[in-house]
Design a binder for this molecule. Structure first.
Ligand SMILES: Cc1cc2nc3c(=O)[nH]c(=O)nc-3n(C[C@H](O)[C@H](O)[C@H](O)COP(=O)(O)OP(=O)(O)OC[C@H]3O[C@@H](n4cnc5c(N)ncnc54)[C@H](O)[C@@H]3O)c2cc1C
Length: 465
């Protein structure tokens, strides 16, 4: 049977673009890609990139405070001009979007700027009614913000809306405790909005190491966010120009904007999956094996739509591995072990690779090397902000199982720590590494004694069995 293409990719985000570019450009496959919105997907257009630019923009107040501590009499952040910033940010996103499109075209990928849905195992339908056949189809449609299902929720905004607001809200409510909620609260507070964040749990950043979570929770309050924990929302209603929010205890407050950051869901609705026999998991994610192959041999899926580890580098790696395996004659799997990640909070970021202390403790014996200290830079300026560095070590093998950092540029540091940990480095390897002085990061190679030792308690019966 002859097909129009060797590969049809649905979705021009992190995973889809990489797979298409490698399959066509490096392995010579005939490839088409459909993108219904802007090329680059969530990361480039409404995620990592604009968010990080806004994080940078939002730290002026903290820097001015610090510089006053260094003798810059009267240092002030001045007035933030959202329109000027937004204009520049839009231009930057357009620049990146054009680069993504140009790279695909250069690699020989045919691009359809429209929605695509599945018709059968080898056929997709484009929004203009045309149909295309392909030997393989890659679903890389990503995820969408998920709403909590409460009355009036449509009055709230989602993460996509942060980047296109006409003006900054005076009083804003962030709902959620994940990294997106915390980063957005940090951004909005830093840009001068009166910011309230509510979360139903007792510490933000679920999934990170508990000690880092506690420090992040404290920091959010320290930078002026009105953080309320163990709080649920029960409804939203319009109140003139404002939004009235009812909390679980029936108290009510008005806000100029409410942002839901209550999770994301795979974007599988109305994709035509019912025509194919592709299996979904309970949460709507596409079920795939370690090769990113679905239950239908000709259909693969990568990235957030598979809900494995929902981060850009993971989607890229999965897309690349798929292209190498299917078109490059080089079987490759994307590893989901030791995926480093960071929450870009200010002034200190939370960053992590490997097991958390809680996970390591549940797995077996673990020695905890940790230090909490006031770093030279901010201490001199009179700040109480504290840094945390932690290594989790298997006492039997001496292998470092996890590393957690809460501090300035922790995201940059964890990228480097992830290399030895992925290679299987031992604590002795860290100890043998010469420190770079004076840095905060040198603590990673100078912690001599464990601060805690967790030993797995074996029930007496099991121990004697
Ligand atoms: C606010 C925010 C901040 C984030 N920050 C980070 C971060 O700091 N670091 C990090 O690693 N990750 C971050 N992420 C996560 C990261 O953006 C995603 O993991 C990544 O973009 C997933 O890539 P993907 O290819 O699976 O999907 P996406 O990038 O979402 O791309 C999917 C594309 O498919 C298109 N599409 C969907 N359906 C169709 C269809 N039927 N036809 C045609 N096109 C379709 C969409 O328009 C979209 O462009 C962030 C996400 C958000 C929302």
């Amino acid at each position: 049977m002859s097909f129009d293409y060797d590969l049809f990719v649905i979705g021009g985000g992190s995973g889809g673009v990489r797979a298409a570019r490698v399959a066509a450009g490096e392995h010579g496959a005939r490839v088409a890609l459909a993108e219904e919105s802007r090329m680059g997907g969530t990361c480039v257009i409404r995620g990592c990139v604009p968010k990080k630019l806004m994080i940078f923009a939002s730290q002026a107040g903290l820097l001015a405070d610090e510089m006053r501590g260094y003798g810059w009499d009267g240092a002030q952040a001045g007035r933030f001009d959202w329109e000027v910033f937004r204009h520049k940010m839009d231009a930057e996103l357009t620049r990146l979007e054009l680069i993504y499109t140009a790279n695909l075209t250069k690699a020989g990928v045919e691009i359809f700027h429209q929605r695509a849905t599945l018709v059968d195992h080898h056929t997709v339908a484009l929004a203009d009614g045309t149909r295309k056949t392909a030997k393989h189809i890659l679903i890389a449609v990503g995820g969408r913000p998920a709403l909590p299902g409460i009355p009036g929720e449509e009055l709230g905004l989602v993460s996509d809306d942060l980047f296109t607001m006409d003006s900054l809200p005076r009083r804003v409510l962030l709902v959620g405790g994940g990294y997106i909620a915390c980063e957005f609260a940090t951004i909005l507070a830093g840009l001068g909005c009166d910011t309230v964040q509510v979360y139903r749990g007792d510490a933000v950043l679920r999934g990170f190491d508990r000690q880092a979570r506690d420090m992040a929770t404290l920091q959010l309050s320290d930078i002026g966010i009105d953080l309320r924990l163990n709080v649920n929302l029960t409804g939203l209603e319009r109140n003139g120009d404002r939004i009235g929010v009812t909390f679980g205890d029936t108290s009510r407050e008005d806000f100029d904007a409410v942002f839901w950051a209550t999770g994301r869901a795979p974007y599988t609705a109305k994709l035509g999956l019912e025509n194919t026999g592709v299996h979904l998991r309970a949460n709507g994610a596409i079920a795939v094996d370690e090769w990113s192959q679905t239950a239908v041999p000709s259909i693969f899926a990568v990235g957030d739509v598979t809900d494995r580890v929902n981060l850009t580098p993971v989607a890229i790696r999965e897309g690349h591995a798929f292209a190498d395996t299917v078109f490059g004659g080089r079987a490759r799997k994307a590893s989901h072990v030791n995926v480093a990640s960071a929450a870009y909070l200010r002034p200190h970021e939370a960053a992590s690779v490997g097991l958390t202390e809680e996970q390591a403790q549940a797995r077996g014996d673990v020695d905890v090397y940790a230090t909490v200290f006031r770093p030279m830079r901010s201490m001199f300026a009179g700040s109480n902000a504290r840094v945390m560095m932690k290594l989790l070590v298997d006492p039997e093998t001496d292998r470092v199982l996890g590393c957690h950092i809460f501090g300035p540029d922790a995201g940059e540091m964890i990228q480097l720590a992830a290399i030895p940990i992925t290679m299987g480095a031992t604590k002795a390897d860290f100890d043998a590494t010469m420190a770079v002085h004076p840095t905060a990061a040198e603590e990673l190679v100078t912690m001599r004694q464990p601060v805690r030792r967790h030993r797995l308690e074996i029930p007496a019966q099991a121990a004697t069995a």
